[in-house]
Design a protein around this ligand. Structure first.
Ligand SMILES: [Ca+2]
Ligand SMILES: [Ca+2]
Length: 462
C-alpha cells in the first residue's frame, strides 16, 4: 500500500467515524437542545441511577438501583466516587434495588442520610429504610441502622421516593406492586385496603401498598398522622398506583404517579386524602377506564396479561364510587375519551408506548423568582416514556395548574429523575440504563442514547 493510498484509507475511516453517530455518548459530549439551553453529558456508567439529591459541598448524591450503591458525582467535572456499597439489596431489571434517599433535616450536625431499598427475608421480598452516617474526612457513608422494615415489595410498581417535610417527618411513596395488571393481573390490588388496628399492633405492613407513608425520623408512627377507619398508622394518603415523585414546596406536598393507559397524575397530597386508585384513574368521568377486579375473574390465570385488554369483563364505573375524602388530581397526562386508539399499529408489539401517558418518575419545582422567567412557579416532571421534561405552570397560590404544559429536551432516553440546581440555571437529569421509550420522532426504541447517565441542560439566557 502506497503512502498516498494509506492516507486516503485513513481519511475514509476518520470521516466515517465523524459521520456515524457514536453508539454511546461520552462525558462532555453535547446534546442538541433548543436555545436558550445547552445540553451535555456530565457522567455515564451509572448502574440504573434512581434517586438524586444535593449532598454536601455542591455534589450530587445518586443511588444506583441495580449497582447496590450510593455514588457522589461532581457536577462540575463528572468525576464519581462511591460513598457506600450496600450488601443486602435485592435487585431486578425494573423497580427493585436501591431507590430514594434523603438527608436528615439536621444533616449538618448528625451526618445522617436515609435510603430505602428492597431486600429478601427468607423467601419474602420486602423494603426497608436505613440510615447511614456520613464521615466528612473519608467521604464515606457507614454505620447502617434500620429504622423501618418489612414493607411489601415486588417486581413492579414499588414507588420509592423518600423526602423530609418541613414538619421534620419522613415521607415515602409506596406503589401497589403492579397488582391487577400484566404478570400480576390475578393478584388483588390493595391500594384501597386500609390497615386494621391488629395489623398495626403486629407490625404487619401488608396494607401499606398504594399509599404514601409519613414516619417519625426513628420510624415510629407520628401522633398527628390521620386515622383511616379510626385506625392511626404510617398511612398519610391512600389510593395510589405507582407514585414515584414527591416534592415539598414549603408545606405543599406535590406528587406524580403513573396511570394505567391514560391519566398519569400530578396531585397535591393532604393528610387523610384518598386519591382514588384503582377505582378512579384521573377524574371520576367514566372515560377510557373502569376498574376490573381481575382477581375475581374466573380463569384469570389463563389470560395473557401482556396484551392490552378492553374492559369486556364486569367493571365498576368510576362515578359509582362516592367518597367524601376523595381528592382529584391537579393535572392529568392525559385524560382521553373511551374511543382513544389504544392499539396504534405504529407502535408494533410495544402498543403501550402509544397510550396517552408519559410515565412520570419524578418532579421538581422551579421557583417563582428563578432566573428562567418562562419557568417561574412551575412543576417540572421527568418522563420515562418520552425522555423529556414536562413543565406545568402553577397558579399564584400553587393550588392549581394554569396554562399549557410545555415539553423540553426530548432525547432517546428514559428520564428517571430531574433535579434543578439551587441557582435555577442548571437542570440535571439521570437516565435509565435500559427500557422501552419513544425516540425524538415518537417511535419505539429500546436503545437509549445515554444509558445510565447524568445529563445537564444549562440556561444560557439572561
Ligand atoms: Ca388519582
Ligand atoms: Ca377517569
Amino acid at each position: 500500500m502506497s503512502m498516498n493510498r494509506f492516507m486516503v484509507f485513513a481519511l475514509f475511516f476518520v470521516l466515517a467515524a465523524l459521520a456515524a453517530p457514536a453508539l454511546f455518548a461520552a462525558p462532555g459530549d453535547e446534546i442538541a437542545v433548543a436555545e436558550p439551553f445547552a445540553g451535555k453529558v456530565v457522567a455515564e456508567g451509572l448502574d440504573s441511577p434512581w434517586g438524586m439529591i444535593w449532598g454536601p459541598e455542591g455534589k450530587l448524591w445518586i443511588t444506583e438501583r441495580e449497582g447496590k450503591k450510593i455514588t457522589e458525582v461532581d457536577p462540575a467535572t463528572g468525576s464519581k466516587a462511591v460513598l457506600v456499597e450496600i450488601a443486602d439489596v435485592k435487585t431486578g431489571p425494573q423497580h427493585e434495588g436501591v431507590l430514594g434517599l434523603a438527608l436528615a433535616p439536621d444533616f449538618d450536625s448528625s451526618g445522617l442520610l436515609y435510603v430505602t431499598y428492597t431486600y429478601m427475608d427468607g423467601d419474602k421480598e420486602l423494603q426497608k429504610i436505613v440510615t447511614y452516617k456520613y464521615d466528612k474526612a473519608s467521604k464515606k457513608l457507614s454505620d447502617p441502622k434500620e429504622i423501618f422494615s418489612g414493607l411489601p415489595a415486588w417486581t413492579d410498581h414499588q414507588g420509592g421516593r423518600l423526602v423530609f417535610g418541613p414538619d421534620g417527618k419522613l415521607y415515602l411513596s409506596k406503589g401497589e406492586l403492579g397488582h391487577n395488571q400484566g404478570a400480576n393481573r390475578c393478584k388483588l390490588n390493595e391500594a384501597q385496603r386500609l390497615p386494621t388496628a391488629d395489623e398495626v399492633a403486629a407490625k404487619d405492613w401488608s396494607a401499606y401498598v398504594g399509599k404514601v407513608l409519613r414516619l417519625n425520623p426513628d420510624g415510629s408512627i407520628p401522633d398527628d398522622n390521620p386515622a383511616f377507619n379510626g385506625v392511626k398508622s404510617h398511612v398519610f394518603t391512600a389510593g395510589h398506583r405507582n407514585p414515584q415523585g414527591l416534592k415539598f414546596v414549603d408545606d405543599q406536598l406535590f406528587e406524580v404517579e403513573q396511570g394505567p393507559s391514560t391519566d398519569d397524575e400530578l396531585n397535591i397530597l393532604v393528610s387523610g386524602g384518598n386519591y382514588g386508585w384503582p377505582l378512579i384513574a384521573g377524574y371520576p368521568d367514566d372515560q377510557a377506564y373502569a376498574y376490573i377486579n381481575w382477581s375475581a375473574v374466573e380463569g384469570c390465570d389463563k389470560i395473557d396479561g401482556s396484551v392490552y385488554l378492553p374492559p369486556d369483563q364486569p367493571s365498576e364505573k368510576e362515578t359509582k364510587w362516592d367518597r367524601k375524602d376523595y381528592k382529584e388530581p391537579v393535572r392529568t397526562f392525559y385524560t382521553m375519551p373511551s374511543a382513544y386508539n389504544f392499539q396504534d399499529a405504529k407502535f408494533g408489539a410495544l402498543a403501550y408506548l402509544g397510550w396517552a401517558t408519559i410515565a412520570p418518575a419524578s418532579l421538581d419545582y422551579y421557583p417563582a423568582d428563578g432566573p428562567i422567567k418562562a419557568w417561574q412557579n412551575s412543576i417540572v416532571i421527568s418522563s420515562l416514556k418520552n425522555g423529556a421534561l414536562y413543565r406545568v405552570p402553577l397558579s399564584a397560590d400553587r393550588k392549581q395548574a394554569q396554562g399549557d404544559i410545555v415539553k423540553y429536551f426530548h432525547t432517546r432516553n428514559r428520564y428517571r429523575q430531574v433535579l434543578i440546581s439551587p441557582d435555577g440555571k442548571s437542570i440535571y437529569v439521570i437516565t435509565d440504563k435500559t427500557g422501552n421509550h419513544l425516540d425524538e420522532n415518537g417511535l419505539p426504541s429500546q436503545q437509549p442514547a445515554n444509558p445510565g447517565s447524568l445529563l445537564v441542560f444549562e440556561y444560557k439566557g439572561k
